[in-house]
Design a protein around this ligand. Structure first.
Ligand SMILES: N=CN[C@@H](CCC(=O)O)C(=O)O
Ligand SMILES: [Mn+2]
Ligand SMILES: [Mn+2]
Length: 323
């Protein structure tokens, strides 16, 4: 899809710039790549995979982190554009929601409204972050959609691959470190169950207070050091047990769960990490569960990337999720 800018028809403020979808074109048949197949989203689009960017690092800034993740969506699209196309269904670019300055809550609400509309149109949205403050907007979009459909107490399972719990106390400041506590609070207010699995957590990067809060909230925890080939089957079984207890799944992938060699371009790298080769089988189980409603990728910070390694890893994850 070469060099064109179209007006976004699904109510974002930002113009949808399709010029980022560029790359090599092979002359042989069956040689298409994403940049040749992805379409600008229209209101009449048949159900498909819809990419929506969240250009924000306001939550990272509030969390005293290193900013740059607002540039994540553009870097991710650029890395996805040349990947081979193996899909049968359509894929769409739904544009970006941009956080202006520190107006994070407004941006999260805008993201939620856009997601709710995408879900209503039966798309599978993948949100391209953005700091992990994206998670509160993502969940809110799914929650709005389910509430609109009349679900009274939906059992939403949140599966977060992350070196961090992001369960800080939001009464201090709402940031990239608080989305899952904010969601837990929302669930408590609505009388909805809070089901949260945090996989790949670094003990060294999370305080005792955060481990205590996770225990109080009944979080399913698997630490980074638990991810070894010999234990993978057991983690798979535990994850399947978690998923059985949920009606809908929301998958969040914080790229800092990966080893820094695979993903150097993140806001807050943690030592050790879990390799993509160990994560991929779990992600595929979640994808194929029939319950996955939306996914997001968080914390891609191109300012700290090396030769687009992190962007390429993130693009590979989008590729994998959309198969
Ligand atoms: N989303 C990131 N959250 C981490 C950041 C940790 C750090 O800055 O070192 C957290 O708040 O725990
Ligand atoms: Mn993290
Ligand atoms: Mn995180």
């Amino acid at each position: 899809m070469a060099n064109n800018t179209v007006t976004n028809t699904n109510a974002t403020d930002t113009a949808l710039d399709m010029s980022v979808w560029a790359g090599r074109t092979d002359p042989e048949p069956n040689s298409e790549r994403w940049h040749q197949k992805i379409q600008p989203l229209s209101q009449t689009a048949a159900p498909g995979c819809a990419l929506l960017g969240f250009e924000s690092d306001a939550g990272v800034a509030r969390n005293q982190g290193r900013i740059g993740a607002a540039k994540g969506p553009a870097a991710l699209r650029k890395a996805l554009a040349p990947l081979a196309w193996h899909r049968t269904g359509p894929a769409y670019d739904a544009g970006n929601v941009r956080c202006e300055g520190d107006a994070l809550e407004a941006a999260q609400q805008k993201l939620a409204d856009q997601l709710s509309a995408l879900l209503e149109a039966e798309h599978f949205p993948i949100v391209l972050g953005g700091g992990h403050e994206v998670a509160y907007g993502s969940w809110l979009g799914l929650a709005q959609h389910l509430a609109n459909k009349g679900e009274r107490a939906p059992r939403i399972g949140i599966i977060n691959f992350d070196a961090h719990f992001d369960l800080r106390d939001p009464s201090h400041v709402r940031s990239s470190g608080t989305p899952f506590t904010q969601i837990a609070d929302q669930c408590a207010q609505r009388g909805w169950p809070f089901r949260y699995a945090c996989l790949g957590v670094s003990r060294a990067a999370n305080t005792r207070a955060l481990f205590h809060r996770a225990a109080e909230l009944g979080v399913m925890i698997r630490e980074d050091r638990d991810f070894q080939p010999a234990y993978l089957e057991r983690i798979q079984r535990d994850l399947e047990r978690f998923m059985v207890r949920c009606d809908h799944l929301y998958l969040s992938i914080d790229l800092d769960v990966l080893p820094t060699g695979e993903a150097p371009g993140v806001s807050a790298p943690a030592a050790r990490g879990v390799s993509l080769s160990l994560l991929e089988p779990l992600i595929e189980i979640i994808r194929d569960s029939g319950k996955l409603r939306l996914a997001d990728l968080a914390e891609l910070n191109p300012d700290h990337d090396i030769d687009s390694r992190t962007a390429r890893t993130a693009a590979r994850l989008v590729f994998q999720l959309s198969q």
